[in-house]
Design a protein around this ligand. Structure first.
Ligand code: HEM
Ligand code: HEM
Length: 178
C-alpha cells in the first residue's frame, strides 16, 4: 500500500473530474431522449464524453489496482475513512457500469452510439426494447446520485483543506517539491 498518489493517478483524477463536470453541463442542454428522435450534436457530445469517461475509468482501475494507495483521513476517525473509501469505491462502481446503461438506453431508443460521432459502436439493446428504456431511467437516477456524491466528496476535500488544514487535498495536487 503506497502513501502517495502517482503522477498518473493524479492526472487521471483531474482529467476525469473535468470531463464529468462538462458532461453534467452537456446533460442540462440535452433534450429529453425519445423514441424515433434524430441525433443532435449535443446528444453525440453526451455519448462521446460518457464513453471517454468509461474508457479512462477502466485505465484508472488498472493503475489503481497495480498501485494501491491508502486513503487520507485523520487518525482516530475510522468512520470518516470508511465513508471516504466507500465513496471512492462507489465512484469506480458507478462510472464503470452506469455508462453502459446509457448506451443500452440509446440503443433502445434507436439512436446510434458513435465515439466522436464517427467510430460506430454496436447496439446493446434492440430498438424499442422495454428493458432498455428502464435501463435509461436507472442511468439517469444513478448519475444524478453520482452528482450528489461528487458534491459530498469535493465538500469533504475542501473541509479538510480549509477547516482541518491538513494535507488531504494537497495529496491529489501536483507535487511541487520536484
Ligand atoms: C460519465 C458518464 C455519464 C453521465 C454523468 C451521464 C449522465 C446522464 C444523466 C444525469 C442523464 C439524465 C438526464 C435527465 O434527467 O434528463 C442521462 C441520460 C441519458 N444518457 Fe447519460 N451519462 C453518462 C454517460 C452516457 C453514455 C456513455 C451514454 C450512451 C452511450 C449515455 C446515454 C444517455 C441516454 C440515452 C440518456 C437518456 C436516458 C433516458 O431518459 O432513457 N450516457 N445521462
Ligand atoms: C468530479 C468528479 C470526481 C470524481 C469522480 C472523483 C473521484 C475520486 C476517487 C475515485 C478518488 C480515490 C482515489 C483514486 O482512486 O484515484 C478520489 C480522491 C480524491 N479526490 Fe476526487 N473526484 C472528483 C472530484 C474531486 C474534486 C472536485 C476534488 C476537490 C475539490 C477532489 C478531491 C479529491 C482528493 C483530495 C482525493 C484524495 C483523497 C484521499 O486521499 O483520501 N475530487 N477522487
Amino acid at each position: 500500500m503506497h502513501a502517495a498518489y502517482s503522477v498518473n493517478a493524479k492526472r487521471l483524477h483531474w482529467l476525469i473530474a473535468l470531463l464529468i463536470v462538462a458532461q453534467f453541463l452537456v446533460t442540462l442542454l440535452m433534450p429529453d431522449i425519445k423514441e424515433g428522435m434524430s441525433m443532435e450534436p449535443v446528444i453525440t457530445l453526451h455519448f462521446t464524453l460518457g464513453l471517454l469517461v468509461l474508457l479512462l475509468m477502466a485505465v484508472r482501475l488498472v493503475v489503481r489496482l497495480r498501485n494501491p494507495v491508502e486513503a487520507a483521513t485523520t487518525p482516530g476517525k475510522p468512520l470518516e475513512r470508511v465513508l471516504a473509501v466507500g465513496v471512492h469505491r462507489l465512484f469506480y462502481a458507478i462510472l464503470l457500469t452506469s455508462p453502459f446503461l446509457g448506451w443500452i438506453a440509446a440503443s433502445a431508443h434507436g439512436l446510434p452510439v458513435a465515439l466522436f460521432g464517427i467510430v460506430e459502436l454496436p447496439a446493446l439493446a434492440a430498438d424499442h426494447a422495454e428493458w432498455g428504456h428502464q435501463a435509461g431511467d436507472v442511468h439517469g437516477l444513478v448519475m444524478w446520485t453520482l452528482l450528489g456524491l461528487i458534491a459530498l466528496h469535493a465538500g469533504a476535500a475542501l473541509f479538510h483543506h480549509l477547516v482541518r488544514r491538513d494535507d488531504t487535498l494537497r495529496r491529489m495536487l501536483p507535487d511541487r517539491s520536484r
